[in-house]
Write a protein that binds this ligand. Structure first.
Ligand code: SME
Length: 184
């Protein structure tokens, strides 16, 4: 499907009760203007995480928001740094590899280098770890708070070359919001 025809779905908070609960529902789609879409997502994520500092809870909602909002994803989620390994955290998508070594694969490379790694073609990335055979491209953003590596955010797509610099910028902004919200 040509990128120009992809729809950017986004979620909007719907207050069921001002005192008891907030639900999220798909309200509409956005145009393919990535900076605008990520700006909307940043606002939504900020609202979603406000008042909550728990890493797992916030990672779960962040992964769910991203997976259900961005087009052409087959996996979105977190790996946490635990005792020197990346351990599977909250995610959306098919069951995935549980433990990844630093320096190995896309996630381990991002964690070791503490930099975002953008892979247009996973088959051309030496050491790529194929948790889902459908994945064709991938982006991994390190999650760092006060200089401490907490883990990574990993997004996979079945579309070759799905992620670009606008995705990197937008996703790094979402991770910054996540990092600010969580307590360590
Ligand atoms: N492809 C990743 C492994 C994690 S899964 O994609 C969820 C990697 O090479 O590190």
């Amino acid at each position: 499907m040509p990128a120009a025809t992809l729809k950017w779905f986004f979620w909007t908070p719907h207050i069921l009760s001002s005192h008891t609960a907030t639900m999220f529902e798909i309200k509409s789609s956005l145009p393919t203007d990535k900076p605008a879409a990520y700006a909307e997502l940043a606002t939504l994520l900020q609202g979603l995480l406000t008042g909550e500092t728990d890493f797992i809870a916030n990672a779960a909602n962040t992964a769910a928001l991203i997976f259900n909002s961005l087009p052409e994803l087959n996996w979105a989620g977190f790996y946490r740094l635990v005792a020197g390994e990346l351990v599977l955290g909250p995610f959306q998508g098919k069951p995935a590899c549980v433990r990844l070594q630093l320096g190995k694969g896309v996630c381990g490379t991002s964690a070791q280098q503490r930099k975002t790694v953008l892979v247009p073609d996973v088959h051309a990335f030496p050491g790529h770890i194929a948790c889902d055979a459908a994945s064709r491209s991938e982006i991994v953003i390190p999650v760092i708070k006060n200089g401490q590596l907490l883990g990574v955010l990993d997004l996979d797509s079945p579309q070759h070359g799905r992620f670009d610099a606008a995705d990197q910028e937008g996703l790094e902004r979402l991770v910054a919001i996540f990092v600010t919200a969580v307590k360590i």
